[in-house]
Write a protein that binds this ligand. Structure first.
Ligand code: IVH
Length: 670
């Protein structure tokens, strides 16, 4: 019995580790979050029943752990240095000159990497197992945050033993950061919960890693790129830094892919310029490059000053900050009625674009910043398109600044404003608010909803102010004369618009549900609802209990959907949409007879397919209503086997599961 459990535990751990790596290191998950959670839960259950089998490298040991009493201090075996900065090309060239002088004519090349804006962390492995995670602290002494480091999914709890490994006791250093998307989500959640927003991802990450309760850390979803490797005695085991990075990657660590060996400083500069363009598209914040001498022998020879190594330098990108004056603070009304204060600014150049407005999020944020009309402020462009106000420059105050007075009624329609307890957002609750209607129209017309391309902001405004449109349903009764009669509207564009409105009638149910703008129903949730309900009528009739019972739909969404359909006006709108000829059935799976072969069927993909990536194959299956799982079982309907298929194929054959080769799979798709 125990032996059987031990075997299953080991298998589960291996599988979970593989999925961790696929997800966190390679960014190419093979199973859904739900399937992953099921594996983890199964493992937790087994370990609970057999506590003697719990090992520190088990994936279950990442989360959990009770709050500890502060963090013990740890002295670093080798000081964690900082870096000298350079801010322009001349300073970078001066660094190159210094290095070449120190190298006394010996050949010299560099590795250029991104400088990740996070906080450094040291990871210690004994016998291949993660035994300790320590913050940088003051460089000599840091804090033992091992439990928290374990929650970082891209940190292997046990590194892969490579043939070339020189030692199984190693120290790996790198940068912990919060992905931009997680940062934004965290802030949105904090805002909903009435808590203050984090100023930037680094603060949020720093707060998280020093959080005492590691369960809370786990929720913060930190990530880590590593860039240094030491073995016993603080020695660097490879001849070059590049080799160390390659080893780290092979051992299962996450190493940033944007890196390059550069023979000359000109190559470094070219790399820097090339990567700066990527800055807004990376999923994380960077603040420049780090340039390092590649040879570790030369690194050791060059040594370090008190603070920083002589063999490396940071090349900082221009700060994406600027100062300007707040001319006014206005209030915008969104489609849900949410009131957002917006600073109107004296236009200023920031990261290549002229900025004249910045969001102030909500009244609490205005209080926190203590920003007034007439203030000089520091702006920052983070990952968002809209820049934000970082702080007020108090020294520039004249005393003539005027405080922002929050509106007592909706600035657009004069309707009532409500701010529920615990919410930071104030909302206009008027049903007929024009600003909300414009917001709803734009959302309904957006690309992921009904895709009515010609319907932009100014047109939406005109349609509403001319009272041609009172809700999204009215779009479908617009006539050519009405549209062509609007200001700045040529006949041709009017015809185009009507054509697009006509074409939108055939959008999928999922797009329609998303377009209705039901609170808490995003694109993905809309897809699930469309699939489960099958039609708008059925969805409108579902009870909270029925909705809540749908996998991945929680009570908040269930109640929000029910509330929306309980509204008489909304129900009438649905009737009119249907009468206008809009598709309200989910046709993604049911009507297409070929899809019968996919709907509800369980697929497993294995090996390499010539014509598709795994993600593509998965999308094709899921679009037809099938499901893709990671492991083969009796319940599997089809195994799609590409080149070099391994154990999954053997298992399929032993269980008698139908195996499709690539051609058979293509035939089935067609
Ligand atoms: S190497 C002795 N490489 O920047 C050299 N540091 O401003 C140690 N950082 O303390 C650092 N990305 O926390 C290195 N690719 C990278 C980095 C990086 C970010 C951080 C690190 C360091 C700080 C210095």
């Amino acid at each position: 019995m125990a032996a059987k459990a031990a075997r299953e535990i080991e298998k589960l751990r291996e599988e979970i580790r593989r999925h961790d790596e696929l997800y966190y290191v390679n960014n190419s998950p093979e199973i859904s979050d739900r399937e992953y959670d099921a594996l983890l839960e199964r493992l937790q259950k087994l370990e609970q029943d057999h506590p003697d089998l719990i090992t520190p490298d088990s994936p279950t040991q990442r989360v959990g752990g009770r709050p500890s009493e502060g963090f013990p201090k740890v002295v670093h075996s080798r000081q964690m240095l900082s870096l000298d900065n350079s801010y322009n090309i001349d300073e970078l060239r001066a660094f190159d000159d210094r290095c070449r002088r120190l190298a006394e004519g010996r050949p010299l090349d560099y590795v250029a990497e991104l400088k990740i804006d996070g906080l450094s962390l040291s990871l210690q492995y004994a016998d291949g197992l993660l035994v300790r995670g320590v913050t940088r602290g003051d460089g000599r002494t840091g804090e033992d945050v091992t439990q928290n480091a374990r929650t970082i999914r891209s940190v292997p709890l046990r590194f892969r033993r490579e043939a070339k490994v020189l030692d199984t006791n190693v120290e790996v250093r790198g940068e912990v950061f919060l992905p931009r998307e997680v940062f934004e989500k965290t802030n949105a959640e904090r805002e909903e919960a009435g808590e203050p927003r984090f100023a930037n991802p680094r603060n949020a990450a720093a707060g998280a890693i020093r959080q005492l309760d590691s369960r809370l850390v786990a929720r913060r979803k930190l990530d880590m790129f590593v860039y240094e490797l030491f073995v016993g005695g603080g020695r660097k085991p490879f001849a070059t830094h590049w080799q160390a990075l390659e080893w780290l990657q092979a051992a299962g660590f996450r190493v940033n892919p944007h890196r390059k060996v550069c023979e000359t400083i000109d190559e470094v500069i070219e790399f820097a310029n090339e990567k700066e363009k990527l800055r807004d598209d990376l999923g994380y914040e960077i603040d420049g490059l780090v340039v390092k001498v590649n040879s570790t022998a030369l690194q050791d020879e060059f040594g370090a000053t008190q603070k920083a190594p002589r063999w490396a330098i940071a090349y900082k990108y221009q700060a994406r900050q600027a100062t300007t004056k707040v001319l006014d603070i206005g209030v915008q009304v969104g489609r849900t009625g949410a009131l957002t204060p917006v600073a109107h600014l004296e236009p200023v150049l920031l990261a290549g674009t002229t900025v004249a407005r910045a969001t102030l999020h909500n009244e609490d944020e205005i209080k926190r910043l203590d920003v007034k009309i007439g203030d000089w402020v520091m702006l920052e462009k983070g990952g968002d398109v809209i820049p934000k106000v970082l702080s007020v420059i108090a020294s520039k105050r004249t005393g003539k600044e005027k405080p922002f007075v929050p509106p007592t009624e909706c600035p657009v329609c004069g309707g009532l404003i409500s701010r529920s307890e615990g919410e930071v957002v104030a909302r206009c609750v008027a049903a007929d608010c024009q600003a909300q209607l414009i917001g709803r129209l734009l959302h309904f017309a957006s690309r992921r909803a009904m895709a009515i391309e010609g319907l932009g902001e100014s047109l939406a405004q005109q349609l509403v102010s001319e009272q041609l449109v009172k809700d999204v349903g009215d779009l479908y009764s617009l006539t050519l004369d009405q549209v062509a009669g609007l200001e700045r509207m040529a006949k041709k564009s009017a015809t185009n618009l009507l054509d697009q409105i006509e074409a939108s009638k055939n959008r999928e149910l999922t797009n329609l549900i998303y377009g209705l703008g039901i609170r808490h129903v995003g694109e993905r949730t809309a897809g699930i609802l469309a699939h489960e309900a099958g039609s708008l009528e059925r969805l409108a009739a579902m009870s909270v209990e029925e909705l809540d019972a749908i996998p991945e739909i929680g009570l908040t969404v269930a109640e929000s959907v029910r509330d929306w359909f309980d509204d008489k006006g909304n129900r009438a709108l649905c009737d009119r949409l249907r009468a206008a000829g809009i598709k309200t059935e989910d046709t993604r799976t049911s009507s297409d007879s070929l899809d019968e072969r996919f709907a509800g069927k369980q697929f497993v993909l294995t090996g390499t397919l010539g014509g598709f990536t795994r993600d593509e194959a998965r999308a094709l299956i899921e679009a037809r209503g099938g499901r893709v799982n990671s492991s083969v079982s009796k319940k599997t309907d089809y195994v799609v086997a590409g080149e070099a298929a391994g154990s999954k194929l053997d298992k399929a054959e032993s269980l008698g599961v139908t195996v499709l080769d690539e051609q058979a799979f293509r035939d089935m798709l067609e």
